[in-house]
Design a protein around this ligand. Structure first.
Ligand code: PEP
Ligand code: MG
Length: 894
């Protein structure tokens, strides 16, 4: 019989695994193995593989028979290494049990410490450590943690018992409790567990171990983990690993400690150790925010104006050793690391290392610095930055000159600024977001249950917790501004308000959060537009030298066009001319044109619109000097420009001088049952050719003016929307060429331009070979192409697509990230067939997908010439295009 290897041992300077086995061992397990192989001090242990997790679920939540002997053997080996035995009364081995998926995954069962303690082994531990208090403190922690995370007994039960006990005995701090106190508390804890569960707390250490292992695997499919996976596109099939490791104790007195650290600052990227530690404590004390942690370095302590000794001062030798380990880890992994460590009786132990999560600002700085330091090359630096995260840097910041009514200051936990209405619950945040409102989520602290609320909020504020608290870490990962630990704020959840320095802020009031300074400000503060400079500009420059595709922008206003150029756009890929029609100064003429009875009646208002359109185009051509500009002729159905309600009709009647009843009739005539599939796009141009003729004239005349103004030739591309048939394009192309000829004659100049089409209907994609005979370029309108391929209305999809995602019918909103299998297949077909007719045909994309990194990778695969996206996404697209061109799967941590 063949057996599968489910268990991999590590520790004692060697390991069966390695960092390269991340898929099998999970991130934590693979790195524990790697650190062991590097000879770093890692407490011995073993990893049960992610394959076992898959086998467990495939087999109706049963373990394979060959697992238990492998666990027993590995556990015995750990015991042998540390000189203790699991369950032994005299000399018990204690272990921690932790989850460890491929990607770090909040929401799953995290950690159980001190496992292996019971009423008997606790005495052995006390005798071996020579410290009864320590042993009973460890035991009560274990009961509390195990009961909560494995047995599902709410932790409030234990907090309540402990608080009550302290009150009863007039003790204020946990450290005031002596061994006998803990004995007493333990008895009460156990009694409560029996009451809650109807059975006693397990005394059998093997039952404890398998209970914890089962809890880790079970938590892979809990609701919180599923939400997290959905938000981060982590496949369920990956599974989690379980790590069982010999305990080391940070709570063994004043020469013991526990801490967390980043090898560089995860907020700014600065090359300085960043972290916290606690003397005489266990790991969860740092994260839980019960005691205020101390600084690692003296410099950080002085900056924080803290008078408690830093680790550098309190434990100089161990600190030096830790610094040496950090340098070793950075050199080995060639990336910033996030580590956990414990000092037991002046001996350093490493418990975890992983690539540290960081803000976009830090990611840029670290990538650029590491390239300069020679740790990585330019290509790796490009791959190190998540393009989507740049969004954080492309948003406005608070205007430094604007007045600020600062009501409190906390920790600058995640940079960026935002204003929104105050809400106090995550459900409310999510509900407000779906109504399109911006909210700031205000909580005492956050937990994995708040992920959806944090995602829905524009910013997060907590009154408790440090820079490594849940709120801070998750907010940084999500790119939400966050201020944490604002101790001066008192939240009253019941009254739905908070108070600070005599100010009361109620639910719905607007506040502004500045995650870069930690300020909490009453009301809204004016913001400044972002700049692309420093490390950002350096990395963008590197990206540009490695990308093949051009990046254009979707813009119709001079402001958007100028912003996009500032961000590096190389032309306009889509100018939606209808947006120019809605302008106050021209809507009257547009309405008169629509309401006219015939072509003749339409000409006069079109004459009024012409100079305005011409000036719009001239400005765009000037801003885009020397770069291509694609102008799309009118697309939406005409009724979009007309009034709807009787009051609006009355108003328009006054402004246009057209009788209200005539107006109402025309609105009625233009009514459509399915406007998205109705009289729009090139169909308008065919019915009302004079509209497209006016637009073509405006474009040509503007191009002549702009060329004169700038001294550069204008690269004009005229684009026809919603073409399904070559004949449509031919008819309209003929009219545009005729206008061009007329303009050339009038102005005595030769015009250079191209006429192309959008490919945004399945028929157009299929008929691309024929359409390319007339079209000089294609631009994929993947918004409409997604709508028409799925038969899902882009305007109505929100009401059910969220449900589709929750029920796993689809994993991604196809309007956000291109459905490469289905819609993408049509794009592929159109590209191939278009090239058969016109081998060098220019191909681009201008749907929303043009700014989505995954979709950009697909465009690279098809060899498109450019992607076009909204101005603020241009830098994201530049980086994503470079990464796609380097065509290496990024090594980013998810
Ligand atoms: C598209 O359909 O993808 C497109 C870019 O056009 P619009 O969004 O204006 O319909
Ligand atoms: Mg479209």
């Amino acid at each position: 019989m063949t057996t599968t290897k489910w268990v991999y041992s590590f520790g004692d300077g060697k390991a069966e695994g390695a960092a390269s086995m991340r898929n099998l061992l999970g991130g934590k397990g693979a790195n524990l193995a790697e650190m062991s192989n590097l000879g770093l001090p890692v407490p011995p242990g073993f990893t049960i593989t992610t394959e076992l997790c898959t086998a467990f679920y495939d087999n109706d939540r049963q373990y394979p028979d060959d697992l238990s002997p492998q666990v027993d053997a590995a556990l015995a080996h750990v015991g042998k290494t540390v000189g203790a035995t699991f369950g032994d009364k005299q000399n018990p081995l204690l272990v921690s049990v932790r989850s460890g998926a491929r990607a770090s995954m909040p929401g799953m069962m995290d950690t159980v410490l001190n496992l292996g303690l019971n009423d008997e082994t606790v005495l052995g531990l006390a005798a071996r450590a020579g410290d009864e208090r320590f042993a009973f403190d460890s035991y009560r922690r274990f009961i509390q943690m195990y009961s909560n995370v494995v047995l599902g007994v709410d932790h409030h039960n234990f907090e309540e018992i402990l608080e009550y006990y302290k009150d009863e005995h007039e003790l204020t701090l946990d450290t005031h409790l002596k061994a006998d106190d803990w004995r007493d508390v333990i008895a009460r804890y156990k009694k409560r567990v029996t009451e809650e569960l109807g059975r006693p707390f397990p005394q059998d250490v093997n039952e404890q171990l398998w209970g914890a292992i089962g809890a880790v695997f079970g938590s892979w499919r809990n609701a919180r983990a599923e939400t997290y996976r959905r938000l981060h596109n982590i496949p369920e099939s990956w599974g989690t690993a379980v790590n069982v490791q010999a305990m080391v104790f940070g709570n063994m007195g004043e020469t013991s400690a526990t801490g967390v650290a980043f090898t560089r600052n995860p907020s700014t990227g600065e090359h300085a150790i960043y972290g916290e530690f606690l003397v005489n404590a266990q790991g969860e004390d740092v994260v839980a925010g019960i005691r205020t942690p101390q600084s690692l370095t003296k410099k950080a302590r002085l900056e924080a104006k803290d008078n408690k000794a830093s680790m550098e001062e309190a434990m100089p030798e161990v600190f030096d050793e830790l610094i040496a380990v950090f340098a070793r880890l950075e050199k080995h992994y060639r990336d910033m690391q996030d580590v956990e460590f414990t000092v037991q009786d002046a001996k350093l132990w490493m418990l975890q290392t992983r690539a540290g999560k960081r803000t976009a600002k830090a990611a840029l700085k670290i990538a650029v610095d590491m390239a300069h330091e020679g740790l990585i090359d330019e290509k790796l630096a490009i791959l190190r930055v998540d393009p989507a995260s740049l969004d954080q840097l492309l948003h406005p910041t608070l205007d430094p000159d604007a007045a600020r009514d600062v009501i409190a200051t906390g920790l600058p936990a995640s940079p960026g600024a935002a204003s929104g209405e105050v809400v106090f619950s995550s459900d409310e945040a999510a509900a407000a977001k779906s109504e399109g409102r911006s909210v700031v989520l205000v909580r005492i602290e956050t937990s994995p249950e708040d992920i959806h609320g944090m995602h829905s909020a524009v910013a997060i504020l907590t009154t408790r917790g440090g820079m490594t608290s849940h709120a801070a870490v998750v907010a940084r990962g999500m790119g939400r501004p966050c201020v944490s630990g604002v101790g001066s704020i008192r939240i009253d959840y019941k009254a739905e308000q908070f108070t600070v320095m005599g100010v009361t802020v109620k639910k719905g009031d607007i506040i502004t959060i500045d995650g870069s300074t930690g300020q909490v400000i009453k009301g809204e503060v004016p913001m400044l537009q972002p700049e692309l400079s420093g490390d950002f500009a350096t990395l963008m420059g590197w990206a540009d030298s490695h990308r093949r595709m051009k990046i254009r922008t979707n813009a119709e206003t001079p402001f958007d066009a100028a912003t996009a150029r500032k961000f590096g756009a190389e032309g306009i890929g889509l100018c939606r001319t209808e947006h120019m029609f809605f302008d106050d100064s021209r809507i009257v003429a547009v309405r008169q044109m629509i309401l006219a009875d015939d072509a003749k009646g339409r000409r006069a208002p079109l004459e009024k619109i012409l100079p305005m359109q011409r000036d719009d185009f001239r400005q765009l051509f000037v801003i885009m000097k020397g770069l291509p500009v694609t102008i799309r002729l009118l697309d939406p159905p005409l009724h979009e420009f007309l009034p709807k309600t009787p009051e609006e009709i009355e108003q328009v009647s006054v402004s246009t001088g057209i009788a209200a009843d005539k107006l109402a009739r025309r609105v009625q005539d233009l009514h459509e049952f399915n406007p998205m599939l109705g009289h729009r796009g090139c169909r308008l141009g065919i019915t009302y050719p004079e509209i497209y003729e006016m637009q073509a004239r405006a474009i040509f005349e503007a191009s002549i003016e702009a060329a004169k103004e700038t001294g550069e030739p204008v690269i004009t591309e005229i684009m026809i929307p919603l073409v399904a048939m070559k004949a449509e394009l031919d008819l309209l192309k003929g009219k545009i060429i005729a206008v061009a000829a007329a303009v050339e004659k009038e102005k005595g100049t030769k015009l250079v331009y191209q006429i192309g089409t959008m490919i945004e209907l399945p028929r157009a994609a299929l008929m691309a070979r024929q359409i390319a005979e007339s079209a000089e370029f294609f631009s994929f309108g993947t918004n409409d192409l997604t709508q028409t391929t799925y038969g899902i209305s882009r305007d109505d999809s929100a009401s059910f697509l969220n449900d589709y995602m929750a029920k796993k019918v689809i994993s991604q909103d196809p309007f956000v990230s291109l459905d490469t299998e289905g819609v993408g297949e049509l794009v592929r077909i159109a590209a191939e067939r278009g090239r058969q007719t016109r081998p060098d045909i220019k191909l681009g994309i201008c749907g929303e997908h043009g700014g989505d990194p995954a979709s950009i990778a697909f465009c690279e695969e098809l060899g498109l010439s450019y992607v076009s996206c909204s101005p603020y996404r241009v830098p994201i697209a530049r980086l994503a295009a470079a990464q796609s061109a380097l065509s290496v799967t990024t090594e980013r941590d998810v």
